[in-house]
Design a protein around this ligand. Structure first.
Ligand code: SAM
Length: 231
């Protein structure tokens, strides 16, 4: 199936509300466990010296879980959509875990325009994370240039995203399954995201051609891809 890009930023209010109100917690907990597994494997424990950055943080679901899991590290969520950042700030304020989120801040910025001189990014980034971001990025160069510029040789990158289905029929089947669980707006966003996603081969080819071989790309189950390692 050909890739059909979708708009990068999620700016429409109804789209943001639908995304924010949906329960993705199972996948989010899974992602935190996966990151934890890789950190343990590398014998890395995060302390107050460490900075975790969540690119394309949306309403902050993953950022909050990162902040709670690694309370000594600082966590910064970045999103280019003002609506999303407003939601993320609001969610932090009303969270029953509010006291555990003192180490979490948000920045409103397109990832392509992140200013490294922002005071929240003064520390070197130990862990650079994204979930469901890569498929939004129209041009893969933009994504990889950003993670290259934010990483040093110690930064662990962990980026998880949807995998593009093999054909339209599979995409429509996934869309139908989604419609049983989520509303119409979220279902049509999910379908657009599936069509905008990259394939394992596209990401692997990009990494090979662009001297990024210390990054691994692999499938996670039949629906997701993970980009992991150093740049
Ligand atoms: C599908 S949501 C994922 C949100 C969050 N990571 C999560 O897993 O719940 C994708 C988010 O990436 C943001 N985004 C897309 N392109 C971006 C860009 N170029 N710069 C900053 N944020 C971007 C969108 O605005 C949206 O909030």
């Amino acid at each position: 199936m050909e890739r059909i890009p979708e708009p990068e930023l999620m700016v429409k209010k109804e789209q943001v509300i639908s995304y924010d109100e949906a329960d993705f917690s199972e996948g989010e907990v899974n992602l935190i466990n996966q990151i934890n597994h890789y950190l343990l494997k590398k014998n890395i424990s995060l302390s107050e010296k460490d900075l975790i950055v969540d690119l394309g943080c949306g309403p902050g679901n993953i950022s909050e879980k990162l902040a709670i899991k690694w309370p000594d590290a600082e966590v910064v969520g970045i999103d280019g959509s003002k609506e999303m950042i407003l939601r993320a700030e609001h969610n932090k304020e009303i969270s029953p875990n509010q006291k555990k989120l003192k180490n979490l801040r948000y920045i409103l910025s397109d990832i392509k325009d992140i200013k490294l001189n922002n005071f929240l990014l003064k520390k070197k980034i130990t862990l650079l994370v994204s979930n469901s971001l890569i498929h939004h990025i129209i041009n893969l160069d933009d994504f990889f240039n950003v993670i290259r510029s934010l990483s040093n040789n110690m930064t662990i990158n962990f980026h998880k995203d949807l995998k593009r289905p093999l054909n339209e029929k599979s995409a429509l089947e996934l869309k139908a399954k989604c419609s049983h669980k989520y509303n119409e707006i979220l279902t049509s966003d999910y379908y657009a995201s599936l069509r905008a996603s990259y394939t394992l081969k596209e990401l692997k080819d990009y990494i090979l051609k662009n001297d990024l071989s210390s990054l691994e790309v692999f499938e996670d189950g039949d629906k997701y891809l993970i980009v992991y390692g150093n740049v």
